[in-house]
Design a protein around this ligand. Structure first.
Ligand SMILES: C[S@@+](CC[C@H](N)C(=O)[O-])C[C@H]1O[C@@H](n2cnc3c(N)ncnc32)[C@H](O)[C@@H]1O
Length: 280
Protein backbone atom coordinates (compact mmCIF):
# COMPACT_ATOMS: atom_id res chain seq x y z
CA UNK A 1 0.00 0.00 0.00
CA UNK A 2 1.14 3.55 -0.58
CA UNK A 3 0.36 6.50 1.64
CA UNK A 4 -1.35 8.33 -1.17
CA UNK A 5 -2.64 11.38 0.69
CA UNK A 6 -1.16 12.99 3.75
CA UNK A 7 -3.03 15.94 5.26
CA UNK A 8 -1.13 18.92 6.66
CA UNK A 9 -2.18 18.04 10.22
CA UNK A 10 -1.14 14.39 9.87
CA UNK A 11 2.24 15.44 8.49
CA UNK A 12 2.81 17.95 11.31
CA UNK A 13 1.82 15.35 13.95
CA UNK A 14 4.20 12.83 12.42
CA UNK A 15 7.06 15.37 12.29
CA UNK A 16 6.55 16.07 15.99
CA UNK A 17 6.44 12.37 16.85
CA UNK A 18 9.66 11.65 14.95
CA UNK A 19 11.55 14.54 16.52
CA UNK A 20 10.44 13.50 20.02
CA UNK A 21 11.35 9.86 19.38
CA UNK A 22 14.81 10.24 17.85
CA UNK A 23 15.67 13.90 17.18
CA UNK A 24 15.27 13.72 13.41
CA UNK A 25 13.69 16.93 12.15
CA UNK A 26 11.87 16.40 8.86
CA UNK A 27 11.76 19.32 6.47
CA UNK A 28 8.33 20.81 5.72
CA UNK A 29 8.34 19.25 2.25
CA UNK A 30 9.46 15.67 2.82
CA UNK A 31 6.04 14.10 2.20
CA UNK A 32 7.51 11.86 -0.51
CA UNK A 33 10.08 10.49 1.96
CA UNK A 34 7.39 9.62 4.49
CA UNK A 35 5.27 8.08 1.74
CA UNK A 36 8.06 5.97 0.35
CA UNK A 37 9.48 4.81 3.68
CA UNK A 38 6.31 4.22 5.68
CA UNK A 39 3.78 2.85 3.17
CA UNK A 40 4.68 -0.73 4.02
CA UNK A 41 4.81 -0.19 7.78
CA UNK A 42 1.34 1.40 7.69
CA UNK A 43 -0.21 -1.37 5.62
CA UNK A 44 1.46 -4.19 7.59
CA UNK A 45 0.09 -2.69 10.82
CA UNK A 46 -3.39 -2.75 9.25
CA UNK A 47 -3.72 1.03 9.38
CA UNK A 48 -5.32 3.28 6.80
CA UNK A 49 -3.46 6.57 7.11
CA UNK A 50 -0.50 8.40 8.60
CA UNK A 51 -2.89 9.93 11.14
CA UNK A 52 -3.86 6.46 12.38
CA UNK A 53 -0.20 5.51 12.59
CA UNK A 54 0.65 8.55 14.73
CA UNK A 55 -2.33 7.81 17.00
CA UNK A 56 -1.12 4.23 17.51
CA UNK A 57 2.48 5.38 18.07
CA UNK A 58 1.41 7.90 20.70
CA UNK A 59 -0.46 5.16 22.59
CA UNK A 60 2.40 2.65 22.36
CA UNK A 61 4.95 2.68 25.18
CA UNK A 62 8.45 3.88 24.30
CA UNK A 63 10.48 0.94 22.98
CA UNK A 64 7.37 -0.65 21.44
CA UNK A 65 7.75 -2.63 18.22
CA UNK A 66 5.87 -0.23 15.92
CA UNK A 67 7.85 2.75 17.21
CA UNK A 68 11.05 0.85 16.47
CA UNK A 69 9.92 -0.03 12.97
CA UNK A 70 9.05 3.60 12.21
CA UNK A 71 12.34 4.99 13.56
CA UNK A 72 14.17 2.25 11.67
CA UNK A 73 12.41 3.19 8.44
CA UNK A 74 13.05 6.91 8.83
CA UNK A 75 16.76 6.82 9.75
CA UNK A 76 19.56 6.86 7.21
CA UNK A 77 22.23 4.24 7.87
CA UNK A 78 24.68 5.19 5.13
CA UNK A 79 28.25 4.53 6.26
CA UNK A 80 31.53 3.14 4.98
CA UNK A 81 35.06 2.31 6.09
CA UNK A 82 37.41 5.12 7.13
CA UNK A 83 34.82 7.69 6.11
CA UNK A 84 36.51 11.04 5.31
CA UNK A 85 39.93 9.53 6.18
CA UNK A 86 41.17 12.55 8.21
CA UNK A 87 39.56 11.64 11.56
CA UNK A 88 41.35 8.28 11.54
CA UNK A 89 44.66 9.84 10.52
CA UNK A 90 44.35 12.50 13.24
CA UNK A 91 43.45 9.78 15.75
CA UNK A 92 46.53 7.75 14.81
CA UNK A 93 49.06 10.57 14.27
CA UNK A 94 48.07 13.02 17.00
CA UNK A 95 45.63 11.69 19.54
CA UNK A 96 47.01 8.20 20.27
CA UNK A 97 50.68 9.35 20.46
CA UNK A 98 49.64 12.25 22.74
CA UNK A 99 48.00 9.92 25.26
CA UNK A 100 50.84 7.38 25.04
CA UNK A 101 53.42 10.11 25.71
CA UNK A 102 51.42 11.25 28.73
CA UNK A 103 51.59 7.62 29.91
CA UNK A 104 47.85 7.08 29.91
CA UNK A 105 47.34 3.31 29.99
CA UNK A 106 43.81 3.12 28.59
CA UNK A 107 41.65 5.22 26.32
CA UNK A 108 37.85 5.18 26.08
CA UNK A 109 36.32 6.04 22.71
CA UNK A 110 32.60 6.45 21.94
CA UNK A 111 31.33 5.93 18.42
CA UNK A 112 27.88 7.51 18.77
CA UNK A 113 25.45 6.59 15.96
CA UNK A 114 27.72 3.81 14.68
CA UNK A 115 25.29 2.33 12.12
CA UNK A 116 26.50 -1.08 10.85
CA UNK A 117 29.87 -0.80 12.57
CA UNK A 118 32.23 0.54 9.92
CA UNK A 119 33.17 3.55 12.06
CA UNK A 120 34.05 1.77 15.35
CA UNK A 121 35.84 -1.03 13.47
CA UNK A 122 37.81 1.57 11.48
CA UNK A 123 38.88 3.10 14.82
CA UNK A 124 39.88 -0.36 16.09
CA UNK A 125 41.87 -1.11 12.89
CA UNK A 126 43.59 2.29 13.15
CA UNK A 127 44.54 1.42 16.73
CA UNK A 128 45.83 -2.01 15.70
CA UNK A 129 47.98 -0.45 12.95
CA UNK A 130 49.33 2.14 15.39
CA UNK A 131 50.28 -0.51 17.95
CA UNK A 132 51.90 -2.70 15.28
CA UNK A 133 53.96 0.25 13.98
CA UNK A 134 55.01 1.29 17.52
CA UNK A 135 55.92 -1.93 19.33
CA UNK A 136 57.24 -0.26 22.49
CA UNK A 137 54.05 1.71 22.99
CA UNK A 138 51.13 0.21 24.83
CA UNK A 139 47.66 1.62 25.28
CA UNK A 140 44.44 -0.25 25.85
CA UNK A 141 41.76 1.30 23.61
CA UNK A 142 38.15 0.46 24.47
CA UNK A 143 35.45 1.49 22.00
CA UNK A 144 31.79 1.78 22.96
CA UNK A 145 29.59 1.90 19.86
CA UNK A 146 25.93 2.92 20.09
CA UNK A 147 23.01 3.41 17.74
CA UNK A 148 19.27 3.82 18.12
CA UNK A 149 18.57 0.98 15.68
CA UNK A 150 18.70 -2.61 17.00
CA UNK A 151 18.85 -3.94 13.42
CA UNK A 152 22.06 -2.12 12.48
CA UNK A 153 23.59 -2.97 15.87
CA UNK A 154 22.94 -6.68 15.32
CA UNK A 155 24.71 -6.49 11.94
CA UNK A 156 27.57 -4.51 13.44
CA UNK A 157 28.08 -6.93 16.28
CA UNK A 158 28.15 -9.95 13.98
CA UNK A 159 30.78 -8.16 11.88
CA UNK A 160 29.90 -9.78 8.51
CA UNK A 161 29.96 -7.66 5.35
CA UNK A 162 29.07 -8.60 1.80
CA UNK A 163 31.36 -7.91 -1.16
CA UNK A 164 29.74 -4.53 -1.84
CA UNK A 165 29.96 -3.29 1.78
CA UNK A 166 33.51 -4.52 2.17
CA UNK A 167 34.63 -2.68 -0.95
CA UNK A 168 33.45 0.75 0.20
CA UNK A 169 36.42 2.77 1.44
CA UNK A 170 38.49 -0.20 2.52
CA UNK A 171 42.09 -0.35 1.27
CA UNK A 172 43.05 -3.81 -0.02
CA UNK A 173 45.91 -4.23 2.47
CA UNK A 174 43.59 -3.55 5.40
CA UNK A 175 41.07 -6.05 4.12
CA UNK A 176 43.72 -8.71 3.86
CA UNK A 177 45.00 -7.96 7.38
CA UNK A 178 41.77 -7.59 9.31
CA UNK A 179 39.06 -9.60 7.53
CA UNK A 180 38.46 -13.29 7.08
CA UNK A 181 36.50 -14.66 4.17
CA UNK A 182 33.51 -16.70 5.30
CA UNK A 183 34.15 -19.94 3.41
CA UNK A 184 30.95 -21.58 4.62
CA UNK A 185 28.51 -18.97 3.33
CA UNK A 186 26.79 -19.30 -0.08
CA UNK A 187 27.37 -15.66 -0.91
CA UNK A 188 30.76 -13.90 -0.81
CA UNK A 189 31.08 -12.26 2.58
CA UNK A 190 33.79 -11.25 4.99
CA UNK A 191 34.02 -11.01 8.74
CA UNK A 192 36.09 -8.54 10.74
CA UNK A 193 38.69 -10.57 12.61
CA UNK A 194 38.36 -11.19 16.31
CA UNK A 195 41.33 -9.04 17.40
CA UNK A 196 39.56 -6.00 15.88
CA UNK A 197 36.06 -6.95 17.08
CA UNK A 198 37.01 -7.58 20.68
CA UNK A 199 37.97 -3.94 21.24
CA UNK A 200 34.41 -2.81 20.42
CA UNK A 201 31.31 -3.14 22.64
CA UNK A 202 27.99 -2.43 20.91
CA UNK A 203 25.00 -1.22 22.86
CA UNK A 204 21.69 0.44 22.13
CA UNK A 205 21.67 4.19 22.69
CA UNK A 206 19.41 7.09 21.76
CA UNK A 207 21.33 10.36 21.52
CA UNK A 208 18.34 12.12 23.07
CA UNK A 209 18.54 9.96 26.23
CA UNK A 210 20.84 10.17 29.25
CA UNK A 211 24.53 9.26 28.69
CA UNK A 212 25.41 8.54 32.34
CA UNK A 213 25.41 4.74 31.95
CA UNK A 214 28.09 4.96 29.25
CA UNK A 215 30.73 6.39 31.61
CA UNK A 216 33.37 8.96 30.66
CA UNK A 217 35.33 9.18 27.40
CA UNK A 218 38.57 10.58 26.00
CA UNK A 219 37.38 10.68 22.38
CA UNK A 220 33.90 10.87 20.85
CA UNK A 221 33.06 10.27 17.19
CA UNK A 222 29.59 11.70 16.48
CA UNK A 223 29.50 11.88 12.75
CA UNK A 224 26.84 12.34 10.09
CA UNK A 225 23.89 12.21 12.47
CA UNK A 226 23.53 15.72 13.93
CA UNK A 227 22.78 17.04 10.45
CA UNK A 228 19.30 15.54 10.81
CA UNK A 229 18.59 17.27 14.16
CA UNK A 230 17.26 20.72 15.14
CA UNK A 231 19.64 23.40 16.44
CA UNK A 232 18.19 22.94 19.93
CA UNK A 233 18.85 19.17 19.92
CA UNK A 234 22.37 19.68 18.55
CA UNK A 235 23.12 22.17 21.29
CA UNK A 236 21.79 19.88 23.98
CA UNK A 237 23.67 16.81 22.65
CA UNK A 238 26.98 18.68 22.34
CA UNK A 239 26.60 20.08 25.88
CA UNK A 240 25.95 16.60 27.30
CA UNK A 241 28.84 15.12 25.31
CA UNK A 242 31.14 17.82 26.73
CA UNK A 243 29.98 16.78 30.23
CA UNK A 244 31.15 13.17 29.78
CA UNK A 245 34.39 13.97 27.93
CA UNK A 246 37.48 14.04 30.11
CA UNK A 247 39.36 17.37 30.17
CA UNK A 248 41.36 17.75 26.95
CA UNK A 249 39.19 15.06 25.29
CA UNK A 250 38.38 15.14 21.58
CA UNK A 251 35.18 15.29 19.54
CA UNK A 252 34.98 14.42 15.84
CA UNK A 253 32.01 15.50 13.73
CA UNK A 254 31.06 14.76 10.13
CA UNK A 255 32.70 16.72 7.31
CA UNK A 256 29.67 19.00 6.85
CA UNK A 257 29.03 19.53 10.57
CA UNK A 258 30.37 22.20 12.97
CA UNK A 259 29.67 23.11 16.57
CA UNK A 260 31.06 26.59 16.97
CA UNK A 261 27.58 28.13 17.13
CA UNK A 262 26.33 25.50 19.61
CA UNK A 263 29.00 25.31 22.29
CA UNK A 264 31.96 27.22 23.73
CA UNK A 265 33.20 24.20 25.68
CA UNK A 266 35.55 23.24 22.82
CA UNK A 267 38.42 24.71 20.86
CA UNK A 268 38.67 23.82 17.19
CA UNK A 269 41.97 22.30 16.09
CA UNK A 270 42.67 22.58 12.37
CA UNK A 271 44.80 19.62 11.42
CA UNK A 272 45.15 20.44 7.72
CA UNK A 273 43.45 18.54 6.37
CA UNK A 274 40.65 17.83 8.84
CA UNK A 275 39.31 19.34 12.03
CA UNK A 276 38.82 18.02 15.55
CA UNK A 277 37.32 19.75 18.60
CA UNK A 278 39.14 19.60 21.94
CA UNK A 279 37.39 20.13 25.23
CA UNK A 280 38.85 23.22 26.93
C1 LIG B 1 24.28 8.22 8.46
S1 LIG B 1 24.57 7.07 9.77
C2 LIG B 1 26.19 7.58 10.29
C3 LIG B 1 27.07 6.41 10.64
C4 LIG B 1 28.52 6.77 11.00
N1 LIG B 1 28.59 7.61 12.18
C5 LIG B 1 29.22 7.42 9.83
O1 LIG B 1 29.51 8.63 9.90
O2 LIG B 1 29.49 6.76 8.84
C6 LIG B 1 23.50 7.76 11.01
C7 LIG B 1 23.14 6.78 12.12
O3 LIG B 1 22.52 7.52 13.17
C8 LIG B 1 21.58 6.69 13.80
N2 LIG B 1 20.66 7.54 14.57
C9 LIG B 1 19.69 8.36 14.14
N3 LIG B 1 19.08 8.96 15.17
C10 LIG B 1 19.70 8.53 16.30
C11 LIG B 1 19.53 8.79 17.68
N4 LIG B 1 18.57 9.63 18.13
N5 LIG B 1 20.32 8.16 18.56
C12 LIG B 1 21.28 7.29 18.13
N6 LIG B 1 21.50 7.01 16.84
C13 LIG B 1 20.71 7.62 15.92
C14 LIG B 1 20.92 5.94 12.65
O4 LIG B 1 20.30 4.76 13.08
C15 LIG B 1 22.12 5.71 11.73
O5 LIG B 1 22.66 4.43 11.91
Amino acid sequence: MTLARISTDEYEDFRRFLEDACGILLGADKHYLVQSRLGRVVSEAGLASLGELVGRLRRERSGGALREQVVEAMTTNETFWFRDRHPFRIFSEQILPGYVERKQRSLRVWSAACSTGQEPYSISMTTQDYLAANPGRAIDVQIVATDISPAVLAEAEAGYYDAMAVSRGLPEDIRSRYFEKDQAHWEERWQVCVEIRRRVRFTRGNLLADYAALGRFDVIFCRNVLIYFSSQSKKDIIRRMADILNPGGYLFLGASEAITQYSDAFEMLRCNPGVVYRKK
